[in-house]
Design a protein around this ligand. Structure first.
Ligand code: AMP
Ligand code: GLY
Length: 454
């Protein structure tokens, strides 16, 4: 069986790697892929634009692929799944209508509220002045969100009213004509992904990522500087609550909207200090780097799971099997990220890291001659497993230390929350400044084929 993976990040490398691991798979084609997928066993890159729906459909037809797995939100939000399904090509990833759960914060908020899903209280505004009047009434801290995909730069957690008003103006000036303003939630953030087939769902292991660029969870927000799984805060009891209070009702709500949602439902949750889960956001795709930590723990063949989902046969699918270990992924980024960074620097030491039993997932890389060079903000995700988090963390850092490229930056405290007797600076308090947020879309310019050298 041949599969096609759309995207070029660490998430897509992890998906391609896991799919290629299955004995049933004899070929994985990545559009456009990256330096890692280019040299993966059974895998090849196809240098096509991911907005070339017609080209992708034609290529999938000619190659006789059994499944197209769509990684990033942008092609989902613009209808790649709809286009392929119309040509009878099996797809893992929701249609444009389903992807609104990520592409429209106001739509998602309304859906959640109607379905009684616990989430921050919020209001939608199409008038900047009315939004500011509302801010004044609510006070700070408060959260201002753009309605629409914003390459991860659409959420501002404002500590002061002045910051919140500026956020409204900034988003308005960027052309967003719909804003969601919502209550600030404090607690600990976790990511839970459900594989949904339109009728039922299966949750994957929970994960937590480190969004800030700096150690101690400080500084600008990024697409994610590291992740680990499973998240100890998500006990089996809490997972059961998340399944019943979040995923079951959202799937029913989608069904009521006549949306046959087949793909990942990513719930970004805030867990309050008393253990109550509330949804911060839904995404229509796998999270990155969480996927790079979760998939190495999956013992069930990924191709079978994704195919069962695409064929709406999850109800009959056996329980998912997981390795008992802990998994930690540390992201190596280019100096300057999440702002400006250089590209084209040679990367050394990947083989040596792999020899230390680490998995090296590529994100912003491309092949150049016999080697690989940097080609984005987040460059690599290095994952290792261990019997304990301490062991997994030690193995990951031992591996990443052997990798080198000019301007290489990585946080040295990934997983600090899960190490014994460590205070929990991850708790999201209003005192942490956050003016910018970047998502897995930070490699977007490459995805759309517009390679702006930075
Ligand atoms: P979103 O894209 O909606 O997940 O927002 C991006 C990030 O902003 C989240 O991962 C949180 O760190 C933060 N955030 C979003 N909504 C809230 C909220 N209501 N309260 C506190 N932080 C939030
Ligand atoms: N790790 C955050 C995201 O994928 O959006």
């Amino acid at each position: 069986m041949k599969v096609l993976v759309v995207g070029n990040g660490g998430r897509e490398h992890a998906l391609a790697w896991k799919l290629a691991e299955s004995p049933k798979i004899n070929g994985v084609i990545c559009i456009p892929g990256n330096g890692g997928t280019a040299s993966l066993d059974k895998c090849q890159n196809m240098p096509m634009r991911i907005d070339d729906f017609e080209g992708i459909a034609r290529f999938a037809g000619v190659q006789g692929v059994s499944l197209v797995v769509i990684g990033p939100e942008a092609p989902l939000a613009t209808g790649l799944a709809d286009y392929l399904l119309a040509q009878n090509i099996p797809v893992f990833g929701p249609t444009k209508a389903g992807a609104q759960i990520e592409s429209s914060k106001s739509w998602a908020k309304e859906l959640m509220t109607d379905a009684g899903i616990p989430t921050a209280k919020g209001e939608t505004f199409t008038d900047a002045e009315k939004a500011k009047t509302y801010l004044q009434k609510q006070g700070a801290p408060i959260v201002v969100k753009a309605d629409g995909l914003a390459s991860g730069k659409g959420v501002i957690v404002a500590q002061t009213l002045q910051e919140a008003r500026t956020a409204v103006d900034t988003l308005w000036d960027k052309g967003f004509r719909k804003l969601v303003i919502e209550e600030f939630l404090s607690g600990e953030e976790v990511s839970v992904f459900a594989i949904a087939d339109g009728i039922t769902f299966r949750t994957l292991l929970s994960a937590q990522d480190h969004k800030r660029i700096g150690e101690g969870d400080t500084g600008l927000n990024t697409g994610g500087m590291g992740a680990y799984a499973p998240a100890p805060i998500v006990t089996p009891e809490l997972m059961a609550r998340i399944e019943e209070e979040v995923f079951r009702p959202i799937i029913s709500a989608l069904k009521r909207q006549d949306i046959d949602y087949r793909g990942v439902l990513y719930a970004g949750l805030m867990i309050s200090t008393t253990g109550e889960p509330k949804v911060l956001e839904f995404n229509c795709r796998f999270g990155d780097p969480e996927t790079q930590a979760i998939l190495p723990l999956l013992a069930t063949p990924l191709d079978k799971l994704l195919l069962a989902c695409a064929q709406q046969k999850l109800a009959d699918f056996p329980p998912l099997e997981w390795k008992p270990e802990k998994s930690v992924c540390v992201v190596a980024a280019a100096e300057g990220y999440p702002e400006d960074y250089q590209k084209g620097n040679t990367i050394a030491g990947i083989k040596a890291a792999e020899e230390l039993e680490a998995l090296v997932f590529h994100a912003g890389t491309k092949k150049k001659g016999d080697g690989v060079v940097t080609n984005g903000g987040r460059i690599l995700g290095v994952t290792a497993l261990g019997e304990t988090f301490a062991e997994a963390i030690a193995k990951t850092y031992q591996a990443i230390e052997g990798i080198e490229f000019e301007g290489m930056y990585y946080r040295r405290d990934i997983g600090h929350r899960v190490l014994p007797k460590t205070p929990s600076p991850s708790v999201n308090t209003p005192s942490v400044p956050s003016s910018k947020s970047f998502s897995s879309e930070d490699e977007k310019e490459d995805l759309w084929g517009e390679k702006t050298e930075k």
